[in-house]
Design a protein around this ligand. Structure first.
Ligand code: 13P
Length: 253
């Protein structure tokens, strides 16, 4: 962790109606009221953002969206803009999640545009990268990360990226119960940090938070968080239950 404030983020994916999200958020606000030295974010579905923002206002829990579109407004049926997310109370937005890449045609190029849009609107982008199982088995993990980071952050300077968070989410570890070992995760995180250092800026590389995502649970988070380049977690399944997510947030015990 090396002096960087950890961020524990919950990606609620396509789960929970508005009222269900409000209930979980209310419970989280109670359970996490006394936490310190850790940033917390939850990302519900779009329809829950506005009601959840009212529940988490003035609490330890931050709010994020799971996607955005880069245009300000217009005839883009089914899309949502950065300004709309800000108006709904978001501080964060997840960009380039592997499920969006896999099912909805997200590419490194669209991710690049979305990161720019988020930054311009004052949102903190949580930029997701990670290899598939076949890519890992073919020894391509580093080259995949290289391409995702090079294109995703192509054309950016350190001054643009002060708030950027990267999430390393190996696709084979998402929703499978097959967590990367802490050594596998550390190796990938260290590599991503070195890419930021070589391609963008050394100071930025040192201050940037890199989260691990993929089957993070209350019983494996502390172990992962011991590694020097793991600065937090992006949690799917185990973030849906308030008790389980709060245990992950309180990983220090
Ligand atoms: P799981 O924690 O369910 O594996 O999901 C991880 C993830 O995709 C978070 O964005």
């Amino acid at each position: 962790m090396s002096g960087r404030t950890p961020l524990i983020a919950g990606n609620w994916k396509m789960y929970k109606t508005g009222p269900e999200a409000v209930d979980t958020a209310q419970r989280l606000v109670e359970l996490l009221a006394d936490t310190a030295d850790v940033d917390i974010m939850i990302a519900p579905v779009f329809t829950a953002l506005d009601p959840v923002s009212q529940v988490v206002a003035d609490s330890r829990v931050g709010l994020g969206a799971q996607n955005l579109y880069w245009e300000k407004e217009g005839a883009y049926t089914g899309e949502i803009s950065a300004d709309m997310l800000v108006a709904a109370g978001c501080q964060y937005v997840i960009i380039g999640h592997s499920e969006r890449r896999q099912y909805f045609g997200e590419t490194d190029e669209t991710v690049n545009k979305k990161i720019r849009t988020a930054i311009d609107a004052g949102l903190i982008p949580v930029f997701c990268v990670g290899e598939t199982e076949a890519e890992r088995e073919a020894g391509q993990t580093f080259s995949v990360l290289d391409k995702q980071v090079q294109i995703g952050l192509g054309g950016y300077f350190a001054k643009d990226l002060g708030t950027l968070v990267i999430a390393y989410e190996p696709v084979w570890a998402i929703g499978t119960g097959k967590t990367a070992t802490r050594e596998q995760a550390q190796e990938a995180h260290q590599y991503i940090r070195s890419l930021i250092e070589q391609n963008i800026d050394k100071t930025l590389a040192q201050s940037m938070r890199i989260l691990y995502g993929g089957s993070v649970k209350p019983d494996n988070v502390a172990d992962l968080m011991q590694m020097p380049d793991i600065d937090g977690a992006l949690v799917g399944g185990a973030s849906l239950d308030a008790e389980s997510f709060s245990k992950i947030v309180k990983f220090k015990g």
